[in-house]
Design a protein around this ligand. Structure first.
Ligand code: HEC
Length: 127
């Protein structure tokens, strides 16, 4: 009986982890458990979906520099703070140059601030 109860609890936990951005903070407070490896990262899934609809990967790779810097290097260059997230989101939407060299990044005015924030937060997980 006890075993069944534990299984039910574990699956309830698993399901609650699959939720959207809103549950993210709550989940972070849950101590890491053995099923952590099995659960997917909703932030990563969402970010990759948005990236897939945009043109980011024509200029960016995760691990190596291409036309633009490797996203891993972006994550290393900046501290993961609200101010830096805002700055990078605005840079992606408005475009610009000068932080990595003279090649400019194109503007992405068709992406919402929310979507770009998801991507930037994902980039910070790549360190
Ligand atoms: C036309 C090529 C191109 C495309 C498309 C592009 N980027 Fe960039 N990106 C660049 C270049 C070049 C830089 C370096 C700019 C600089 O030197 O400040 C850059 C820089 C960045 C940075 C770091 C900005 C900084 O100031 O340090 C982030 C984050 C980023 N890109 C994310 C994205 C995302 C997300 C997308 C898709 C929505 C995207 N890029 C699409 C070329 C591109």
């Amino acid at each position: 009986m006890k075993k069944i109860f534990i299984v039910i609890c574990a699956s309830a936990l698993l399901f609650s982890c699959g939720g959207g951005d809103k549950t993210e903070k709550k989940n972070a407070a849950v101590p890491a458990s053995k099923d952590a490896a099995a659960s997917t990262n909703p932030l990563e899934d969402k970010a990759i979906e948005i990236v897939g609809k945009s043109d980011c990967t024509t200029c960016h790779k995760i691990n190596e520099a291409s036309t633009g810097p490797a996203w891993k290097d972006v994550a290393k260059k900046y501290e993961n703070t609200d101010a830096n997230i805002k700055m990078l989101v605005s840079k992606v939407i408005k475009g610009g140059q000068g932080n990595w060299g003279t090649v400019p990044m194109t503007a992405h005015p068709n992406l919402s601030e929310e979507d770009v924030t998801t991507i930037v937060k994902y980039i910070f997980t790549l360190k």
